[in-house]
Design a protein around this ligand. Structure first.
Ligand code: 5AD
Length: 323
């Protein structure tokens, strides 16, 4: 299906939530009822960036900073594999301590465990992305956050929109399964710009899309702003499912942080992936991108999924079925 920008804006502005059911049907038809698990390891909260909305921004002096050692990361990954995870996601702030050589070592050791590996470690050069791919990385997540250039500039005063775009196209070129996504409800963000975000996901031919409501963090300059709306975030996700059909869409943690059944609602409105957090309790508390960040485990999902007639898929879902 193709939707024009105006049609998308009309859907996003309408109080009607029929789109949730339509997205659920498209999800069922193209990717089935299984929910894919990705085991998340948050291995460093040290970040050189200063994204205005993010609790881990380098200007936030209230964060207890940590980085896990290679052995600690591998131990967590092994525990995840023992629990049955088929995909490990390595996520961190932009921490240059983890240089190309060290990252490649970690990547190849995790790949030796026989799992798919996703990286979510920010903007790098083409050469770095190539080295990570050669070391075995399969997938990469890098949200564009917003495609509205003016808003991007306001939210990331020291960053460069064109470089972020370059990263996404480099990842695609290198054959990564490429994930991107956006925040919903940033100050001054319009429905038109969210429609542009969705059209960009299609244009990039993204393989995974993560969408979450903005949640103000008390130690950031955006602390007095309003939350993004959960309903609107789920609508953006639902329209994305309808347009891109067979991609992977996580029910994101930010959705659950706003409402206790937020992720279940997402799984009934187009999502087919959840990312339980494998990081140990002590460190996961320090990875506070936004307040009240939920850290569900696999066991939490086991139980909840049955209530919506979904089940944990025990094979890693690889390349998209484009049939
Ligand atoms: N609220 C919601 N999501 C946030 N992220 C960063 N800060 C916030 C916030 N305050 C999201 C960004 C980033 C992902 C790791 O977390 O979209 O890509």
């Amino acid at each position: 299906m193709n939707l024009s920008k105006k049609e998308i804006v009309d859907i996003l502005s309408s109080p009607d939530t029929d789109i949730f059911k339509e997205a659920d049907a498209v999800r069922k038809k193209y990717v089935g009822d299984g929910v894919h698990l990705r085991g998340l390891i948050e291995f460093s909260n040290i970040c050189k960036c200063n994204c205005l909305y993010c609790g881990l921004q380098s200007s936030n002096k209230h964060v207890n900073r940590y980085r896990l050692s290679k052995d600690e990361i591998l131990d967590i990954a092994k525990k995840g594999v023992d629990e049955g995870f088929k995909t490990i996601v390595l996520q961190s702030g932009e921490d240059e301590f983890f240089n190309t050589k060290l990252m490649c070592e970690i990547i190849s050791e995790i790949k030796n465990l026989g799992v798919a590996l996703t990286l979510s470690i920010g903007e790098k050069s083409f050469e770095d992305y190539k080295a990570f791919k050669d070391a075995g990385a399969d997938r990469y997540l890098l949200r564009i956050e917003t495609t509205d250039k003016n808003l991007y500039k306001k939210m990331h005063p020291y960053a460069n929109f064109d470089n972020r775009m370059r990263c996404l196209y480099d990842l695609k070129k290198l054959g990564y399964e490429t994930g991107t996504g956006c925040l919903v409800g940033l100050p001054e963000q319009t429905l038109e710009s969210l429609a542009d975000d969705i059209l960009f996901f299609k244009e990039l031919d993204a393989d995974m899309i993560g969408i979450g409501p903005f949640i103000p963090h008390p130690d950031t300059p955006l602390k007095n702003e309003n939350n993004g709306s959960l309903d609107l975030a789920i609508k953006v996700m639902a329209v994305t499912r309808i347009l891109l059909k067979d991609i992977n869409i996580p029910a994101t943690t930010a959705m659950e942080s706003l409402r206790s059944d937020g992720r279940l609602l997402a799984l009934q409105s187009g999502a087919n992936v959840v990312m339980p957090n494998l990081t140990d309790d002590c460190h996961k508390k320090m990875y506070e991108i936004y307040p009240n960040k939920i850290s569900a485990t696999k066991q939490d999902f086991d139980f909840k999924l049955k209530t919506i007639n979904r089940y944990i898929e025990t094979v890693s879902c690889g390349y998209r079925n484009r049939a």
